[in-house]
Design a protein around this ligand. Sequence first.
Ligand SMILES: Nc1ncnc2c1ncn2[C@@H]1O[C@H](COP(=O)(O)OP(=O)(O)O)[C@@H](O)[C@H]1O
Ligand SMILES: [Mg+2]
Length: 253
Amino acid sequence: MIITIANQKGGVGKTTTAINLSSGIAKKGFRTLLIDTDPQCNSTSVFFSPEATERNLFGVFSENNYDISSLIKETKTPNLFAIPSSIHLAKVERMLAGEIDAPIKLKKAITPIDAMFDFIILDSPPSLGLITVNALVSSHYVLIPIIPSPWALEGVQDFLDTFKSVKETFNESLKILGVLVTLFDSRTLLAKEATERIKNTFGELVFKEVIHRNVRLEESPAFKEDIFAFAPASKGAVSYNNIVEEVLNRVGK
Ligand SMILES: Nc1ncnc2c1ncn2[C@@H]1O[C@H](COP(=O)(O)OP(=O)(O)O)[C@@H](O)[C@H]1O
Ligand SMILES: [Mg+2]
């Protein structure tokens, strides 16, 4: 089961969700792999020291028949494995311009390791470029985190257009797993109104659990921890655990 966390906006909680969803799923006993595809390397820096990222996902895009399995590293969470990104991934778009298999490079690399894991979670960059397309082409599902702000739905149509063309051209079985309301600020009426609009737009696709703004969630990456290790009793941990349950439910596990 391969799930991409995507939204072309930055700062909407993609990385936070990728880290905590994969740790949470791993904690339930599922063998899980987190692949960082973002050249900003935010998930990478939670799981790897800089020396340990010398070999990274860039190889998949820069070499033919690159063995992605050699990149898989254990993390300190049992059942959770990770693959690091690299700043060099920022070059991929230009490097592969015009190559006929550019959108399917990642899928070709991941297919042979799919069966080794119950879940593969892909963190993606804040753009609708070639890397996000590669992630969507490789996936069964996409999970879309959205901040409930007045401009929350701005740009969502562009995302849905990309989703649709990937589905039509490369990946018929791609589905939206759900829309996750993140960074909800309960003090503002605007957040409540925007959440209503998100629900009106996406209906049942919106996860029941909403992730509130939570200082522990913000702090945990600096300590190289997921929220369950860093602050297990925090509201953030409870919420992400509920999302894990909803995700497992939706995929039938
Ligand atoms: N629920 C939350 N509460 C507080 N801070 C959060 C929450 N979710 C994410 N953050 C913080 O907001 C910033 C952007 O989140 P991040 O997950 O990196 O977004 P993206 O990957 O979409 O750019 C990060 O500093 C992160 O630690
Ligand atoms: Mg990110």
